[in-house]
Design a protein around this ligand. Structure first.
Ligand SMILES: *[C@@H]1O[C@H](CO)[C@@H](O)[C@H](O)[C@H]1NC(C)=O
Length: 338
């Protein structure tokens, strides 16, 4: 109990972020991941509330900004995950699916009675291959990355879509971002008109493969600062890249939270809007039934022994953390056993 309260206050430090699956520096007793945030069975402690703001109810036009140096094969993994979010119901052999995972997100609505949309189009991509804002980005610089993608004298510039746009900035493994690996693996917020020209929701996620896979690509790498499990015990990445397979779960986390709290005035727990605990924060490190205490929960293994819990388009498999189900009042995913 004491521990849980302590942990709740740890999350409060980083507004609208994907909090780390476990803490490396803020927690001196070296807890294992899911201990921190597995509220399964502890729903009385969760005061997730609606704060009257909008959710993303219209079909989302997602724009990806690839910042830095990207391998096309890695981009395909991420794009296939995006395509999987709103793909039609799969045959039983392709379940549980990514689209079924998004159904939990669709359970959230706003005061107009509109639920979060189930349609996410990848409507544009921009390649910032020349590191327009350098190879260290502050949080504010992410907004300049977005601005740059909109305003180039470049036929490839993205449109500014203030009504249904969501901008996703993905940084390559050589790019450092403020608080990346120390406090966050990704975050979401909204742009300022003075920088970008409108208020639009955006999210950032970094490839942690070189900088901190043991923190942000959990469970595909050995947790930093923990006793080393033998390499054979480390879960294999289902698409063959630790950093990018780890990003997929963080992208899912941020898209779920951006959709349910786009202007940071809709769905979150805690009384301080500067420090919201959002629908995915509540379930970090939890991927299947029985998870907790450093155990990811009941997930599947592919033919090569790699871990996954969701099926996607083109035969893809992904491992994506669960999100808070407001009806069942527990962390949930479509691979739940009950
Ligand atoms: C829409 O949201 C409400 C609660 O806000 C929920 O009860 C309902 O099941 C949701 N609808 C869908 C289709 O998810």
């Amino acid at each position: 109990m004491e521990n849980l309260l302590l942990l709740l206050s740890l999350f409060a430090v980083f507004p609208s972020l994907q909090a780390l699956p476990w803490s490396t520096q803020h927690n001196n007793n070296n807890q294992q991941p899911s201990n921190l945030n597995n509220f399964e069975g502890s729903s009385d402690l969760v005061n997730l509330e609606y704060h009257m703001g909008p959710v993303l109810a219209s079909p989302i036009n997602l724009y990806i900004i690839w910042y830095g140096h990207w391998n096309p094969n890695h981009q395909d993994i991420i794009k296939d995950f995006i395509f999987s979010l709103s793909s039609p119901p799969p045959p039983p052999s392709r379940r549980p699916s990514v689209a079924e995972w998004w159904r939990t997100v669709k359970l959230y609505s706003d005061q107009t009675g509109s639920n979060i949309t189930g349609t996410i189009h990848l409507s544009g991509e921009f390649h910032d291959s020349y590191y327009s804002q350098g190879n260290y980005l502050t949080r504010l610089a992410i907004q300049h990355v977005i601005k740059n993608s909109l305003t180039q004298n470049n036929p490839k510039a993205l449109p500014l879509n203030p009504y249904t746009g969501l901008y996703l900035v993905l940084t390559s493994s050589d790019v450092q971002v403020q608080d990346f690996c120390r406090a966050v693996c990704g975050f979401h917020y909204f742009t300022f008109p003075a920088v970008v020209g409108a208020t639009v929701p955006y999210a950032w996620v970094g490839d942690s493969g070189k900088q901190c896979p043991g923190i942000c690509a959990y469970p595909f790498a050995r947790p930093e600062g923990s006793e080393a499990p033998p390499p054979s015990k480390i879960m294999g990445a289902p698409n063959g890249d630790v950093g990018v397979d780890g990003m997929v779960s963080v992208i899912g986390h941020e898209l779920a939270e951006t959709s349910s709290n786009p202007l940071v005035n809709a769905w979150y727990a805690g009384d301080d809007p500067r420090a919201p605990t959002e629908i995915a924060d509540l379930c970090v490190g939890l991927y299947g039934s029985g998870g907790g205490g450093g155990y990811v929960g009941n997930v599947y293994k592919d033919n090569w022994g790699n871990g996954y819990n969701l099926n996607g388009v083109k035969g893809r498999k992904f491992l994506v953390q669960w999100v808070w189900n407001p009806v069942q009042r527990r962390c949930f995913g479509p691979n739940a056993l009950d």
